[in-house]
Design a protein around this ligand. Structure first.
Ligand code: PEP
Length: 250
């Protein structure tokens, strides 16, 4: 892999100010792992505090709107995230696709808004169990990648460091079920093919993260798998201890 592994915690809808202690502990320890790029995506309410204190980790949002401002109650613009100090944003997480009906086209528009505001993006894709059982996993995920990524021209202008894809099989998120390493490798190869078709310039370089019940016990094998450029971590990112164990495994 051309980059440092990228390990990103997604706190989802977890975290009040009481959890800032965990973020501070992660940031303090991050200096011990200069070969790992570390990101943390707390709820919007904590982005500014974490971003303004962080020395060694990147801070991210978990979603953004396509528009820069306007009558969209409850939404947050990419430029607002950037203004709060965020470095990146997670887009198209399967929980957003499920809970908010987000389509690939919407994720693409959000990705372009985020790049336009100077943020990095992590675009999430992944198949359901039904799709995997029907033998459709690779086709479904390749179609999601092709339709959810920003235009290649925008991404090329932003540069490879600001674009990542996270492969997160829906059935592995928060379930304790982890994809088999050989399936992860096969899917990462399929995603890489799609990326190369998308951009001759960036396709080989964009990092592909794995997400889905990553923890201290399975992280080493997953992160050593061919083509895996890092991990997107949900439940195990909620304490500094469990998250740093994954960082150490990278
Ligand atoms: C996620 O939310 O992106 C995720 C992978 O969650 P978990 O690690 O809890 O499965």
């Amino acid at each position: 892999m051309p980059h440092r592994p990228y390990i990103v915690g997604n706190w989802k809808m977890n975290g009040t100010r009481a959890m800032l202690a965990e973020a501070r502990a992660i940031d303090r320890a991050a200096g011990r792992y200069p070969d790992v790029q570390i990101g943390l995506a707390p709820p919007f309410t904590l982005v500014h505090t974490i971003a303004s204190e962080a020395q060694a980790i990147g801070t991210g949002g978990q979603d953004c709107h396509t528009e820069a401002k306007g009558a969209h109650t409850g939404d947050v613009a990419a430029a607002m995230l950037a203004d709060a100090g965020a470095d990146f944003v997670i887009l198209g997480h399967s929980e957003r696709r499920r809970d908010h009906g987000e389509s690939d086209a919407l994720v693409k528009a959000k990705a372009e808004a985020a790049l336009g505001s100077g943020l990095g993006i992590i675009v999430c894709v992944g198949e359901t169990l039904e799709q995997r059982d029907a033998g459709q996993a690779e086709a479904v995920v390749q179609a999601q990648v092709a339709a959810s990524l920003p235009s290649a021209a925008m991404a090329e202008e932003a540069g490879m460091a600001r674009v990542a894809v996270a492969y997160e099989p829906v059935w592995a998120i928060g379930t304790g079920r982890v994809a088999a390493v050989e399936d992860v490798v096969a899917m990462h190869q399929a995603i890489r093919q799609t990326l190369v078709d998308w951009s001759a310039d960036l396709g080989e370089k964009v990092r592909i993260l794995y997400g889905g019940s990553v923890n201290a016990d399975n992280a080493r094998d997953l992160l050593a798998a061919d083509g895996v450029g890092g991990a997107l971590v949900g439940g195990a990112s909620l304490t500094a201890e469990s998250f740093l164990a994954i960082v150490a495994a990278a």
